[in-house]
Design a protein. Structure first.
Length: 174
């Protein structure tokens, strides 16, 4: 989990004492916290509780759950803006999938709407991109990683070009 969060550039804090007031959690527990709504900043939390059913007399059963404070979440919401056309990231292979997490995070931070697709062959991924009305597809495979680039296909014109990974925000902004 920590590797995935790090690859996506998502900051996190490990707190071994976090129990969310419930002692049935058995592994990872989590909270999403904000400073934008005052002292009661936890808006969502949960975790693993593999032993809970057995403690209640049932068979050993794996479990995970979460709960969110609807009122707190609503306090964070504004009127939604019109959704921009996304770009689709289609990584090919495990190394590309790991890199795609960071690429998606960087693009999102720059205001680019991003969808990610890890399933199916390239034809199926492009069909999904078309169904989402994506404006571009970013294709990253082993060859691209070795060169430090991505293939960027404009889904309106069909033009495909190579773009340095560090220049994707500049190439796709707007």
């Amino acid at each position: 989990m920590k590797d995935g969060l790090s690859a996506a550039g998502i900051p996190y804090e490990v707190d071994a004492g976090l129990v969310r007031g419930l002692d049935y959690y058995t592994h990872t527990a989590f909270e999403f916290v904000t400073t934008h709504i005052g002292a009661q900043g936890t808006v969502l939390g949960g975790g693993r509780y593999d032993g809970l059913i057995a403690e209640l007399g049932g068979p050993p059963t794996a479990g995970i759950g979460w709960a969110g404070g609807i009122e707190r979440l609503m306090m964070l919401c504004n009127e939604p803006a019109a959704l921009p056309r996304p770009v689709m990231i289609a990584p090919l292979g495990a190394a590309a999938e790991a890199k795609a997490l960071g690429v998606a995070r960087e693009l999102r931070r720059a205001g680019v709407a991003v969808e990610q697709d890890y399933r199916g062959n390239m034809k199926r991924r492009m069909q999904r991109a078309n169904k989402l009305n994506a404006r571009a597809a970013i294709i990253i495979g082993d060859d691209e990683l070795a060169k430090g680039v991505a293939q960027v296909k404009d889904l309106d014109s069909g033009e495909q070009r190579e773009v340095a990974l560090g220049k994707l925000v500049e190439a796709l902004k707007g």
